[in-house]
Write a protein that binds this ligand. Sequence first.
Ligand code: GLN
Length: 485
Amino acid sequence: MSEWLSVSETATKIAMGELTAFRAVDRFISRIRNLDRDLGAFLATDFDQASTEASALDKRRTAGERPGVLGGVSIALKDVIVTRGLETTAASKILAGWIPPYDATVVEKLRAAGAIILGKVNCDEFAMGSSTERSAFKKTRNPWDTSRVPGGSSGGSAAAVAAGLCTASLGTDTGGSIRQPAAFCGVVGLKPTYGRVSRYGIVAFASSLDQVGPITRTVADAALMLEVIAGFDPRDSTSLDAPVPNYSEALTGDITGLRIGLPKEYFAHDIDPEVRAAIDLTIAALRERGAQMVDIALPNTSLALPAYYIVAPAEASSNLSRYDGVRYGKRAEAKDLLDLYRKSRGAGFGPEVKRRIMLGTYALRSGYYDAYYKKAQQIRTLIKRDFDKAFEQVDLILTPTTPTPAYRFGAKASPLDMYLGDVFTLACNLAGLPGISVPCGLTKDSLPIGAQLLGKALDEATLLRAGAVIEAAVGLGAQRPKAVS
Ligand code: GLN
């Protein structure tokens, strides 16, 4: 069935006239109607628009026009990605009803390549969380076991791809939000180098950490999607002006002589035995295919979590000050301006977002700045140096993506418990490096496990090359969540 085709298979079939874009899109529409009531991945859809765009593409093709590389490919977007004419809420009540007047750069690029946007998918409010339980609107379930979370914050993006409700999706990753839900849902999640992909039109959480990236079912699909969305954008001041390589060409299958570091601090951490066993098998498979495994040290690893949970909330407290009840979304009834701010923000933000704003505002207060924010930034430099040093010795670093597979709803009762699940993914963002999570097996209860690769800045090509080898050796193959296959 067309819903399980890869990005390139879909685009090729449509370009050859073996499948119409209309039929391909229609198939997703009926699957979303049938399956998403239980799964809860989508927040907003515009099926009429998607069908209209698909038929227009088919017509142009029959008239002799060549569709783009993503011609007719159905995509879901995390709801922090701004879409012209389609409600964008960041899963927050404060933005409910906001219809943006413009598209994010990544959306413009997807559309220019012929992609069809099916809709917006659920996430933790303002991307703050690791389970999608912090969405102000609904629960998204993990397609592999609907009593468990899909991960987060891009939980809707990962669940939709895993359940065959779209061909690929985009998420954002500030501290793991692409890689962790990809690991929990048995799909591929790529967080590009900071600056590789434009942040223009992305609802800001922590601007020095946020990156957009693809969530797909295969590594080759991630390569193709990155090729489309990457590149310099003058509208994002931190965008890197570096050429975009042909990532698909990097997938040679050859990793002979590649040096892969195993950081002892990560492996000393408490890791679920089944996750550990899957990573051990991954290591063995990589070695067998010619990679050289090297023990390395990243001594400041234990400081990544405390530093992240200062830097990210500090930036969030500043970014979220724009939601004042005047310019966007909900406006409360109020007697004066201050009252308007208080009431709009009080009613509009959920508890986790308020916690982050308070934490961040506290850390930035005069007199506290040196003790918290400045210190966290200094730690960030140390973490970056750890990686610089490690990358003199190795080409890539391998770790588990998460210490455990997907957990049940409500399992992480305290905020700290939730934060602790991010230990393996945060350092990558603090250092601005690229990272990928690739499925590397299932637990005995059929829960996916993810292997994480971290790379040098702008070296997504090597990440993808080794990722594809992991996929071929220990990936999930044609195994799919039973409930949706
Ligand atoms: N789980 C982390 C947090 O809550 C990361 C979120 C993200 O990457 N957007 O901040």
